[in-house]
Design a protein around this ligand. Structure first.
Ligand SMILES: [Zn+2]
Length: 407
């Protein structure tokens, strides 16, 4: 997978068992409660974070391209250059009648091109119009007041000593906004060669994980954003909330129920009715129509549970501004403390678990008994799995005594 482009047919075969995560049990087909698009969306964008094999494969192939680019003296890079781009560079290389290996590397190059950012040294290798060297400006979209030759390099915009930008030239050729960006780019004082960097990792080195996230996020914004351009500031806030949801200190099964509540994809009465599944659609606690809001928040039965939890932990549901279940869940988690988020997830899971027990014929417990179960579970988490606040994992590990040789 790291050297060859996997055919789409094979990727789809690998995808199928993951798609059946909800859709298959003991060989029987069941309801797919959320689409593959959502299941394969990264967790920080509201998905379940399953790997999209085709994109993952491309991210791995991008790593091979990165090696050719950053280690030009390696034997492999010299052989490839001699065979495929003897008179040009890696970016100008094509793949007509090439081997499957090279064809695969060229597939990875497409992803590499989308994320790479050139760092300016002496400016002799970076093409002004063709390469990505200004942050958030993609090649081909750079407008200049005068026409540049296609192969004009960045050193044409520098002083003769190559240590500073030629401010007059930069302002003459580019708009005010782009000029500001260019003049803020640092130049190597020692005149070293230009080098590629990967701005999506802290150390600037390409990683498969960051490349996968870049490609999958781009696909997500392409399908989700209204203008197809990318995330708005409101959506960035949602990213933080999704991250907070998955960081809650409780078992994963509880986070999954919380995720399904936010996505409104639990088998409540209304959802089963929409899918024409013949069963009971009413609430198992009060027999009213059961939708996700009613089941977890509005039913008189669950209100008793929340009332008891409010008295015990001061937890408040803030239903005054309720408009949409997903927005409400994310807003609630964004504003809540770490402990309250944990209580919230544990309580919702227990409500759902008791609802399912009733559905399977068990007697309806008193609401205070359910809140008692929730409190006991919270005590269990706090006693056994609490994270000491303000102490990082690294600091905690430092405090562990290591073996030292005897004197
Ligand atoms: Zn009810």
């Amino acid at each position: 997978m790291s050297c060859f482009q996997i055919p789409m047919g094979v990727c789809n075969k690998l995808k199928k068992p993951i798609c059946n995560w909800w859709g298959m049990e003991n060989g029987k087909k069941k309801v797919h409660w959320r689409s593959w698009d959502w299941l394969s969306t990264p967790k920080y964008l509201g998905g379940m974070g399953f790997r999209d094999m085709a994109i993952f494969n491309q991210a791995m192939l991008g790593k091979q391209g990165w090696r050719l680019l950053t280690e030009p003296q390696s034997l492999c890079a010299r052989v490839m250059k001699g065979r495929y781009f003897l008179d040009g560079d890696f970016w100008s290389a094509r793949c007509p009648r090439s081997s499957y290996t090279w064809h695969s590397i060229m597939h990875g190059k497409k992803l590499l091109q989308q994320g790479i950012l050139w760092r300016v040294g002496n400016g002799k290798a970076i093409k002004i119009l063709r390469d990505t060297w200004i942050l958030e400006v993609t090649p081909g979209t750079l407008n200049t007041s005068h026409a540049f030759p296609d192969n004009q390099t960045v050193n044409a915009l520098m002083e003769e000593n190559g240590k500073h930008w030629n401010t007059i030239s930069v302002r003459e050729f580019f708009s005010e906004e782009i000029s500001k960006k260019i003049l803020s780019i640092p130049i190597s004082s020692e005149g070293c060669n230009d080098f590629p960097s990967w701005p999506y990792t802290k150390n600037g080195i390409y990683s498969v994980r960051s490349a996968y996230n870049l490609a999958r996020s781009q696909l997500f914004w392409k399908t989700q954003s209204s203008d197809g351009k990318g995330a708005s500031s409101k959506q960035r806030i949602m990213e933080i909330a999704w991250k907070k949801l998955w960081a809650i200190n409780c078992p994963n099964k509880m986070k999954v129920v919380l995720w399904r509540i936010a996505h409104n994809c639990l088998p409540t009465g209304t959802q089963l009715q929409v899918r024409s599944i013949p069963t009971r659609y009413g609430c198992y606690f009060c027999n009213r129509m059961e939708n996700v809001e009613h089941c977890f928040l509005q039913c008189e039965y669950v209100k008793e549970i929340w009332k008891d939890l409010k008295q015990e932990y001061g937890i408040c549901l803030n239903l005054k501004n309720f408009s949409h279940i997903r927005q409400w869940v994310l807003d609630w988690i964004s504003e809540a403390s770490e402990i309250h988020s944990m209580i919230f997830a544990v309580a919702l899971w227990h409500i759902w678990d008791n609802r399912n027990s009733c559905r399977n014929g068990e007697a309806l417990p008193h609401p205070l008994r359910v809140s008692g179960q929730i409190k006991a579970y919270i005590d269990f988490i706090l006693l056994n799995n609490v994270r000491s606040e303000g102490v990082s994992r690294r600091e905690a590990l430092k405090s562990v005594k290591k073996w030292t040789p005897p004197p």
